[in-house]
Design a protein around this ligand. Structure first.
Ligand code: G6P
Length: 470
């Protein structure tokens, strides 16, 4: 087979993570995987630095670390407020996670979103070379493709949505839903995490835009044809499995075992976000404790939940609720020698988490809605093949489309959760091994390298974009 040189890749996302080493360590799986793609393709990764500046200047801070070039810009306080805390995290995030009740529709947010997307386009456009593949990520930057086209960019541009695409009736509550969806047609390839999200997008295109549908996932609207595909993201399975038996992970594993003192550990690891169903998880676990007095003192739940988006009120509220709820449940059931919930608001390195996952008999991953949820995949990948733990997974995580051999539950039902915990605790070794093997088959086959290849190959196959009229 002839090996074609890879096109240069320009990755654009709101957050950019500067590599701190050649392999994982403190970093997320996605950033490790994208960094690996950039190393192969000598591309760049462009986005917001996370820093604030008094006046937006378009100044780009280039850095080269471990073979990866990152290019970041600072944003003004008003940008951060209206674009990141505003439209991205107070409008789109709740709405796309089915929480219309939490979504705020302020014109100022929408204006800030447009302005920052234009600022991204203005600053990144001069960095894009003729043959580059441009790959835009996530809900912060949906209109970026269109803004790049308006600036004459004819490259192949792809977009991947990491969060769910909402059903049409929900999306209709967004005042500018039509403009937002029409802007998607500036891309060449649009990727979703699940068939469910892909179908919801196609439904909107059919019902609201009267679009036409072709073979191979093409969708045409007002003369523009895009390819819309489901392309579920995976983890770097080989890297994560290796990190689960690294010195750091094995050290954590041993310390957890000592501190568990013969008790069975259940683990949950989530950003502190209302979409993760943490209140419902605590209530389900409370139900389990209430109906299984024999398990008092025999199990505990380690919930790791680093605070997130702390400037947004709904995040402050969920944090306060969880403080109260974990306190109440511990007060209700604890005794002098046992605390049922260890609730930790601190982030951990990935290799430390891998050790904790391995030490936990149950992984509790119960979001109310989630684009994918990589913790579910990491929990499975970290297990000891000879004595694996059991994954309890929400039906409403994107991962549930692939991980059908987990114990799938409805996270809204405390009884469902309590029953699943009891089932997992009683599950014979042979069944644990059989389920784990089938889960691993998927996690190994559809890993992050598979995901990246599948998306970039679809993008390479797209036709070059015609010049804009006029
Ligand atoms: C989700 C989003 C990402 C985002 C991450 C962390 O996974 O899909 O785009 O980066 O949450 O959220 P933050 O607001 O801290 O970037």
């Amino acid at each position: 087979m002839e090996l074609r040189p890879m096109s240069r890749l320009v990755i654009i996302s709101n957050r950019v993570s500067v590599p701190t080493s050649d392999v994982g360590g403190a970093q997320g799986g996605l950033s490790v995987a994208l960094a690996a793609a950039l190393r192969e393709s000598t591309g760049i990764w462009f986005g917001w630095s996370g820093e604030e500046t008094a006046h937006f200047s378009g100044h780009i801070n280039f850095q080269r670390n471990f073979g990866v070039t990152t290019a970041t810009i600072d944003l003004e306080a008003q940008d951060i407020d209206e674009y990141y805390n505003g439209y991205a995290n107070r409008t789109l995030w709740p709405l796309f996670h089915y929480r219309v009740d939490l979504a705020e529709f302020e014109r100022g947010f929408a204006g800030g979103y447009e302005r920052v997307n234009a600022r991204f386009a203005d600053t990144v456009a001069p960095l894009i070379e003729a043959e580059d593949l441009v790959w835009v990520h996530d809900y912060h930057l949906i209109p970026l493709g269109q803004k790049l086209r308006e600036r004459g960019c004819r490259n192949r541009i792809g977009f991947f949505l990491h969060i769910p695409w909402p059903p049409t009736p929900l999306l209709l509550s967004l005042p500018s839903h039509r403009e937002l969806v029409q802007s998607v047609f500036a891309y060449d390839v649009v990727g979703f995490q699940t068939l469910d999200s892909l179908e919801a997008f196609r439904d909107y295109a059919r019902v609201q835009l009267d679009a036409e549908f072709g073979e191979d996932g093409s969708v045409t609207h007002e003369g523009r044809t895009i390819r819309a595909i489901a392309c579920p993201i995976g983890i770097d399975t080989a890297e994560f499995r290796a990190s689960a038996t690294s010195e750091v992970a094995l050290g954590v594993f041993e310390r957890m075992r000592l501190s568990a003192n013969g008790r069975t550990m259940i683990i949950g690891v989530d950003r502190l976000d209302y979409s993760k169903g943490l209140e419902e998880r605590f209530l389900g676990y409370e139900r389990f404790l209430g109906s299984h007095p024999d398990q008092h003192g025999a199990v505990f739940l380690l919930q790791i939940a680093p605070p997130s988006r702390a400037d947004v009120q709904s995040y402050q509220e969920i944090r306060a609720h969880l403080d109260a709820l974990s306190g109440r449940i511990n007060g209700e059931f604890a005794d002098a020698e046992w605390v049922p919930i260890r609730y930790v608001n601190k982030g951990h390195r990935r290799d430390q988490l891998a050790g904790m996952y391995r030490a936990a008999r149950i992984g509790l991953v119960t979001p109310l809605r989630d684009g994918m949820n990589l913790v579910a995949k990491e929990y499975v990948a970290a297990q000891d093949p000879a004595d694996p733990g059991v994954l309890i997974l929400s039906r409403f995580a994107g991962a549930a489309e692939q991980l059908v051999d987990a114990l799938l539950i409805n996270p809204h039902s405390p009884e469902d959760m309590a029953d699943a915990i009891a089932t997992a605790l009683a599950m014979p070794l042979a069944e644990r091994i059989a389920r784990w093997r089938r889960l691993m088959d998927n996690i190994e086959a559809e890993d992050v390298i598979w995901w990246r290849r599948r998306f970039t190959e679809a993008l390479e196959a797209a036709r070059p974009h015609p010049l804009p009229p006029g």
